[in-house]
Write a protein that binds this ligand. Structure first.
Ligand SMILES: Cc1cc2nc3c(=O)[nH]c(=O)nc-3n(C[C@H](O)[C@H](O)[C@H](O)COP(=O)(O)OP(=O)(O)OC[C@H]3O[C@@H](n4cnc5c(N)ncnc54)[C@H](O)[C@@H]3O)c2cc1C
Length: 200
């Protein structure tokens, strides 16, 4: 059976990374096989993560100048568009970085100043496209209790990041697999259908 299966590209792993690469390649005239040891997409880390989409303050935690930081920031405005296109849920719930002591405050002050710089300096490593990043804001304990009445008593205040989003990564991965272009140009194969053994 293996002899008759010839593809231009074989992608091992149908997590969010594998199916995203497959979708990107589906724009080209190549045949693609996505191979996984499981019988469906996204059944490992893609299923078992915290469902957070790194937007806003989270993006500022990546080391400036790294590809990781650059790609993360570039992805910020793409998420809402992708959610509309593929129909997966994307909710901007915001996040609170809790401050329990002076060290926390100093750490979040550094983060906050990066966000401030990002909106002022278009060439800075943290530049974030206009309109896709709401300002971060320090809130005192009183305001924190208005926002989260059951917050831990040890929290003195917080850095509020209104940008943080959640999604369901499996619902992101599944429609990526079902893109009409991709299905036309590729086959989706499970490990069983190829008869592979673990590690092959
Ligand atoms: C606890 C935790 C929380 C996280 N929280 C977040 C978060 O909130 N936000 C965020 O953005 N990221 C988060 N991440 C990171 C995120 O989950 C991963 O970066 C992402 O899921 C990686 O996707 P992937 O496609 O590379 O890997 P996976 O989703 O793990 O996919 C790899 C696939 O490859 C297959 N595979 C591997 N080896 C073989 C083989 N030899 N043969 C056949 N198939 C094989 C596996 O079966 C699997 O389906 C978290 C990670 C963890 C562990």
């Amino acid at each position: 059976m293996l002899g008759s299966l010839i593809f231009d590209v074989a992608i091992i792993g149908s997590g969010i990374a594998g199916v995203s690469v497959a979708r990107e390649l589906s724009q080209y005239n190549v045949s693609i096989a996505v191979i996984d040891r499981h019988s469906d997409v996204g059944l490992e880390s893609t299923t078992t993560n915290h469902n957070l989409v790194c937007q806003g303050g989270d993006s500022l935690t990546f080391r400036p100048g790294t590809l990781h930081a650059e790609l993360n920031i570039k992805s910020i405005p793409l998420w809402p568009k992708l959610a509309d296109e593929l129909g997966f849920p994307l909710r901007r719930i915001g996040g609170l970085w809790l401050i329990r002591d002076k060290a926390d405050f100093r750490r979040y002050l550094r983060l906050y100043s990066r966000a401030f710089k990002s909106s002022l300096e278009p060439n800075a490593p943290y530049y974030i496209p206009e309109g896709s990043f709401q300002p971060l804001e320090f809130v005192d304990r009183k305001r924190l209790l208005d926002m989260e009445p059951y917050i831990t008593p040890s929290a003195l205040g917080a850095l509020h990041d209104p940008n943080l989003c959640i999604t369901d990564p499996v619902k992101v991965a599944k429609p990526l697999r079902r893109m009409p272009g991709l299905m036309a140009s590729s086959s989706y194969l499970t490990r069983r259908s190829l008869g592979l053994r673990g590690g092959e």
